[in-house]
Write a protein that binds this ligand. Structure first.
Ligand SMILES: NC(=O)c1ccc[n+]([C@@H]2O[C@H](COP(=O)([O-])OP(=O)(O)OC[C@H]3O[C@@H](n4cnc5c(N)ncnc54)[C@H](OP(=O)(O)O)[C@@H]3O)[C@@H](O)[C@H]2O)c1
Length: 266
């Protein structure tokens, strides 16, 4: 009998599994991953966790992490239903509600999470909500498996799509900004590798200052903004071009898409 299964062994499942194995939370031979295609081989190479192409091999664990895309969630969950016993199902599918999971799987031992890929470097931010059948012991295990790779917080289910737009999709916003700033430096003649390295280090350093509570975002921004200086010039330009509005609209698009997925719009 395994302790933990992954049905779907793609990028997000790999990030979660890597954190659990690297931090020695669970031996990899107590875990199994299943998927129909080639992703399970990448998953195995990354984690040494045994894999199979038969989802039923994943159904004898205490906890089953559902790591496939929301668009195929109903079909896969319904196919698992005849094998549902006392497992605790933990979905990472964006937008799929607890009600849907309970109906498709035929159990009230379900948890809905929203993880993010920085889990793979132990800087994850994971939110979750659970249905009534999930007991304290199962919740404690959930904390153990996710907190080894970052922060975990219980939220109201109504906040899950907002969390998705913030921390679930958020790493992609940061990658986009790192790339855009590096590109601007390259346009001014800086060598490619120096531009990227300095852009990355700037995000890392700024995030660390915030994390160390050296000030609020506003205080720290003001501290590096001299009147009529270079930072001031950039920030005035951002204001003129409504950077905050652009970010807010992107965020809202992600939130709205999560709401659509929750309503079953594929
Ligand atoms: N990526 C993120 O940053 C992120 C963040 C938060 C939440 N999520 C959520 O995480 C989930 C997975 O996303 P991802 O980015 O990891 O996608 P992905 O890399 O494309 O992985 C999808 C996985 O689903 C598997 N799969 C497809 N059909 C299956 C079936 N019938 N039975 C079992 N497994 C099946 C695929 O297997 P094969 O490829 O081997 O066929 C693959 O391993 C999504 O629901 C997404 O909403 C992702």
């Amino acid at each position: 009998m395994k302790q933990l299964s992954f049905i779907g062994t793609g990028k997000m499942a790999s990030a979660i599994a890597k954190g659990i194995c690297q931090n020695s939370v669970l031996d990899c031979d107590k875990i199994i991953g299943t998927s129909p295609g080639a992703s399970k081989d990448i998953f195995h190479n990354l984690t040494q966790i045994p894999v199979s192409s038969d989802n039923s091999d994943a159904m004898n664990s205490h906890m089953v992490i559902l790591g496939f895309k929301p668009q195929v969630a109903e079909q896969i969950c319904r196919s698992l239903r005849p094998m549902v016993k006392e497992q605790h199902f933990v979905s990472i599918c964006a937008g799929i509600t607890l009600d849907d999971l309970q109906e498709w799987l035929g159990t009230d031992k379900v948890t809905r999470t929203m993880p993010n890929t920085p889990l793979c470097v132990s800087k994850g931010a994971v939110a979750y909500c659970s249905s009534a059948g999930v007991n304290q012991e199962e919740t404690a295990l959930l904390h153990k498996y996710f907190e080894c790779s970052g922060i975990l917080a219980r939220v109201d289910e109504g906040d899950m799509n907002t969390i998705t737009a913030l921390s679930g999709s958020g790493p992609a916003y940061i990658f986009e900004m790192v790339d855009a700033l590096a590109q601007s430096a390259k346009n001014n003649g800086l060598a490619d590798d120096v531009a990227l390295q300095f852009s990355i280090q700037t995000f890392l350093g700024a995030a660390q200052m915030l994390s160390n509570k050296l000030g609020s975002p506003e205080e720290l921004r003001n501290a590096v903004t001299s009147p009529n200086g270079t930072t001031y010039a950039a920030l005035e330009n951002f204001k003129h071009n409504n950077l905050r509005e652009v970010l807010s609209q992107g965020f809202q698009a992600a939130k709205d898409r999560g709401d659509e997925l929750s309503r079953g719009i594929k």
